[in-house]
Design a protein around this ligand. Structure first.
Ligand code: FES
Length: 82
C-alpha cells in the first residue's frame, strides 16, 4: 500500500491502482465518460484529467505509483476538478 495525497488528505492506495478508481473508492467524484472498469481505459474523452505533481494526466490511465520513487512517502498530489 502507498500513501497518496488527494486534496490535502492522505489515502492508502494499491500500487498500480488507477487514479480514477482510487478517487472513487476514497469517496471522491471525478467525471469519466469513456472509462468503465470492465472495459478498461479507452482514452478518448479527456473528462477525467487531474493534476499530479503539477502535470495534467488522465485519471483513467495514470496509476498510483507513477512518478513515485519513495514508496514510504508518496509525493503525488492530485487536484480534482469539481
Ligand atoms: S475517462 Fe475518458 S479519457 Fe479518461
Amino acid at each position: 500500500m502507498l500513501n497518496v495525497v488527494i486534496d490535502d488528505v492522505i489515502y492508502k492506495a494499491h500500487r498500480g491502482e488507477l487514479l480514477v478508481d482510487l478517487i472513487s473508492r476514497t469517496g471522491g467524484s471525478i467525471p469519466h465518460v469513456c472509462y468503465h472498469p470492465q472495459l478498461g481505459p479507452i482514452k478518448t474523452c479527456d473528462t477525467c484529467m487531474v493534476e499530479v505533481n503539477g502535470q495534467l494526466v488522465r485519471a483513467c490511465t495514470a496509476t498510483a505509483n507513477e512518478g513515485i520513487e519513495d514508496i514510504d512517502e508518496v509525493l503525488a498530489r492530485l487536484g480534482c476538478a469539481g
